[in-house]
Design a protein around this ligand. Structure first.
Ligand SMILES: O=C(O)c1cc(=O)[nH]c(=O)n1[C@@H]1O[C@H](COP(=O)(O)O)[C@@H](O)[C@H]1O
Length: 299
């Protein structure tokens, strides 16, 4: 089968569907907050950051579908902090988890092209997907979309975020739609039929079980919709790509909220950071915490 612009191997949507089939739909965030490094007893410094990262990678990279490092917490330590992340990204990917870089980048198109280099195979820290912000307008994201297509990467665009005042901007109406809806519609337009998964890995039995939500139509381009919303106020039908759902645990969202908002037939990737990391500096305890979320989410 010809895959336009895709160089080597399956595209992000396909890699994600496969990872979820093998490991279950859970993303865990690497968010080394200052307070967390102190609580873990590793210290709020470069060594502490490295130890935190090693422990999380050791605990989860072999079992969780996606790990989502939050760039801000690594940038706090300058270039050496980013070097810690760079090493970890390679380890995570070789242990079989996908890396979603939570960078939330958004700029004019020409600069956006450089941010999207994280998805290129010649980047020193190539990741599977990254979060981007559509605040400068849908066209500003076009270069990132192009790079993602060329290198088989994925994008998650902020649509209805989990913070309490998100609606202030995202509910604003432009033309006949809210800003949030216009973001979702842009992403829907990226998941064109030639970019949907057409040959799901039928060798994996559990893939077929989860096919209703993660099956043959999972594209590489997703949206972020918080698990904290009082109600789902965007139309996600026929999105063709995954929904990253943050806001579980520390921000008040629960597995029941996910079912209430999204039902059971959508490709939802719940993401938890503090709710897992709160288990502390012990790989076994981190694994138990992640397993507990996975069990509750699949109940
Ligand atoms: O894109 C994100 O990941 C994101 C979007 C959003 O709407 N809300 C949100 O909390 N996030 C991120 O998800 C993580 C949530 O962390 P916890 O609240 O500790 O689970 C943080 O890294 C946030 O930056």
């Amino acid at each position: 089968m010809t895959r336009p612009g895709f160089a080597d191997g399956p595209r992000f949507g396909e890699r994600l569907a496969r990872a979820v089939a093998e490991r279950g739909p859970l993303c865990v965030g690497l968010d080394p907050h200052r307070s967390l490094l102190i609580d873990w007893g590793v210290g709020d410094d470069l060594d502490g950051l490295r130890r935190f990262t090693e422990l999380v990678v050791e605990a989860l990279a072999g079992s969780v579908a996606v790990l989502k490092p939050q760039m801000a917490f690594y940038e706090r330590f300058g270039s050496r902090g980013i070097a810690v992340l760079e090493e970890a990204v390679a380890e995570i990917r070789s242990a079989g988890a996908l890396v979603l870089l939570d960078a939330k980048r958004g700029d004019i198109g020409s600069t956006m092209e450089a941010y999207a280099d994280y998805l290129r195979s010649d980047h020193p820290m190539q990741v599977d997907a990254m979060t981007v912000s559509p605040y400068l307008g849908p066209e500003s994201l076009a270069p990132a979309h192009r790079t993602a297509r060329d290198f088989g990467g994925g994008l998650f665009v902020l649509a209805r975020t989990s913070n309490p005042d998100a609606g202030t901007f995202q509910h604003a109406v432009v033309g006949d739609r809210t800003v949030a809806q216009s973001v979702v519609d842009t992403v829907r337009g990226w998941n064109t039929p030639d970019w949907l998964v057409t040959d799901p890995p039928t060798d994996i039995a559990s893939f077929r079980d989860q096919r209703s939500s993660w099956g043959a139509s999972t594209g590489s381009f997703g949206v972020v919709v918080g698990a904290t919303l009082p109600e789902l106020d965007v139309d996600l039908d026929s999105l063709g790509g995954p929904i990253l759902a943050p806001g579980l645990g520390a921000q008040g969202g629960s597995p029941a909220d996910l079912r209430r908002l999204f039902g059971t037939d959508r490709a939802v990737l719940p993401t938890v950071s503090r709710g897992v990391l709160g288990a502390g500096a012990d790989p076994g305890a981190l694994r138990v915490a992640a397993d507990r979320w996975a069990t509750e989410l699949s109940a």
